[in-house]
Write a protein that binds this ligand. Sequence first.
Ligand code: NAP
Length: 347
Amino acid sequence: MSVRVGILGATGAVGQRFVQLLDDHPTFELAALTASPSSAGRRYREAAKWRVNSPIPDDVADMEVVATEPNAIADDDVDLVFSSLPSGVAADVEPAFLEAGYVVSSNSSNDRMAEDVPLTIPEINPDHLGLIEVQRDERGWDGALVKNPNCSTITMVPTLAALDRFGIETVHVSTLQAVSGAGYSGVTSMEILDNAIPHIGGEEDKMETESRKLLGEFDGASVSLHGADVAASCNRIPTLDGHLENVFAKLATDPDPAEVRDAMREFEGADLHSSPDELIKVFGENDRNRPQPRLDRGYAGGMGIVAGGVERTTEGIQYNCLAHNTIRGAAGASLLNGELLVTEGYV
Ligand code: NAP
């Protein structure tokens, strides 16, 4: 089966990752690329300032970039679009695609916490896709909107899902985040070289709210937020693509570190093309060991989560986790949601 797909915001940091990840995909065939009015009408190789570490696929380089509106892709026979637009633009544009009947798998932060919008990690809460029926009833569109979480949230939440059996009461997390998370023009070299920037505006709130929705229960009509309190401190460091996070969880029970590592290892990938066999790669039988892969590489081609340094604290457990910002944290996460939408029959 082949599904024709488009990318909204195809020339940006996340859009380029979509192009890379869709190359030779067994189900998805890339049929449309959109961007801002200044890129529309140009060939992709001219419009995109290509920064990804593999060449632009030959069949994509000469595709024409079109305007980001449903009419511009109406003749391309596309069923599913991946969205990597700035959230202010997405808030205006995504509803137009949904009303035109497209299924939209979106990275943008608008509507992530809307009650009728699934915020989904396929390995963690695939059942939340059921909100699509609620959304269609309430909004009256034939399309479907699915969001993936913010990049720092998706790095931590799979590890929290593993801890949930021990009773999570509160979570404190401190992050060291890559510059790609701010987009290509987001942080200047003068600001970040030989520096670390404390506090990423808006990021902390996203971690504190989105994680509770992702871990919440779907009862067929709505998602109830998980009861744990989450407090985040988010910081920018001069690395390209790795997000490293230090998590301190207060638990209702007292597991030893070996039990926590086993719980994290038990998570299998979803039965989807782009899901790794092992969702969380756990390092360090010795509690002092730290996550091993380099910050710029992640694990399993950037689709896996790495965890390590599991230790007891006076109130619970502390550990580190790491993920690739523009793959598991952005385009790869949307791609997985697209694969889930296909297997669940929404596309
Ligand atoms: P980016 O590099 O700035 O790219 C933005 C894309 O949107 C470009 O293709 C741009 O086209 C297009 N665009 C801008 N204004 C537009 C307009 N008015 N109409 C139509 N298209 C427009 O941004 P990014 O880093 O890829 O982020 C994209 C989205 O993903 C954001 O919502 C961000 O919050 C989210 N996200 C990003 C990351 C990350 O790691 N970067 C992680 C998770 C989520 P032109 O090239 O023509 O300007």
